[in-house]
Ligand binder design. Structure first.
Ligand code: CAA
Length: 257
């Protein structure tokens, strides 16, 4: 597939995707989302890629699903096309995904960032679920992932009023991992992605699966799964290499087996 609305880069073991519809603040239409999912699936299938980085530009990560594309749709059109299932496809990627957010991350853009495994934000970032302003509600997990990330009161504040959180508020609320100056948000996220990519790919996927289960299951169920995945890590060559390297006081060389 050739891409028109995203840019794709390979930087060592990091696969980087830039959302690239600046004239529409990277609004997520079905073409862009299909391209994004395709690029992520290519990275997923490529053993040389160990971590993925997703970002927009300085003005916007993404200002939401494309309102112009949705405006004339009926319920049955929306149901039949199931446009939002493209966000689910991003959730199904097993490799870690870092989001680097500058400017607007609104509606489906905020939801896309929340599907990523962690978020690095520029001081300029603004997070919001403003769907209430256009007569709808969040549709790609906003009422659910946001509430789990920031708690009921802040989620209701955002979802019922459409108010945007500043980067500092988002950090305080637990939505983002780090806030950095605008000129550093991408390089900081690249450093983070490279650091993740240096770990065992097997352990990374087990760790991601285990953390995500914290949102799906009871504490006992999650701890049970974690224990099983922890034991499963001992089937990998990377576990042998990681522990041997520690004892030999050298850096491990992980192969992903
Ligand atoms: N869909 C389509 N086009 C969009 C867009 C969106 N979500 N957001 C911005 N754009 C377009 C604008 O229409 C404008 O295009 P034109 O130049 O052709 O008019 C261009 O991007 C620049 O936008 P603005 O002129 O509005 O820029 P601004 O700096 O004045 O305002 C903004 C920025 C506050 C983000 C404003 O653009 C805005 O409110 N955007 C919509 C945000 C929104 O409601 N997002 C939720 C969408 S619904 C959704 O996402 C559902 C879901 O859960 C999946």
């Amino acid at each position: 597939m050739s891409y028109e609305q995203i840019l794709v880069f390979t930087e060592g073991a990091v696969g980087r995707v830039q959302l690239n519809r600046p004239q529409a603040l990277n609004a997520l239409n079905s073409k862009l989302m299909a391209e994004l999912v395709d690029a992520l699936q290519q990275f997923e299938a490529n053993p040389a890629i160990r971590c993925i980085l997703l970002h927009g530009d300085e003005k916007a990560f993404a200002a939401g699903a494309d309102i112009k594309e949705m405006a004339d749709q009926g319920a049955i059109d929306m149901y039949a096309k199931d446009f939002i299932s493209l966000w689910d496809a991003v959730y199904r990627i097993k490799k870690p995904i870092v989001a680097a957010v500058s400017g607007f991350a609104l509606g489906g853009g905020c939801e896309l960032a929340m599907i990523c495994d962690t978020i690095i934000a520029s001081e300029t970032a603004k997070f919001g679920q403003p769907e209430i302003n256009i007569g709808v509600i969040p549709g790609a997990g906003g009422t659910q992932r946001l509430t789990r990330a920031v708690g009921k009161a802040t989620a209701m504040d955002m979802v019922l009023t459409g108010r945007m959180l500043t980067a500092a508020e988002a950090k305080d609320a637990g939505l983002v991992a780090r806030v950095v100056p605008p000129e550093a948000y991408l390089s900081e996220a690249q450093k983070m992605a490279a650091a993740i990519a240096a770990k065992s790919p097997v352990a990374l996927q087990l760790a991601k699966e285990s953390v995500l289960q914290a949102f799906e299951t009871s504490l006992a169920g999650g701890i049970h799964l974690e224990r099983r995945l922890f034991y499963m890590a001992f089937a990998s060559e990377d576990q042998k290499e990681g522990m041997k390297a520690f004892m030999e006081k050298r850096k491990p060389e992980f192969t992903g087996r």
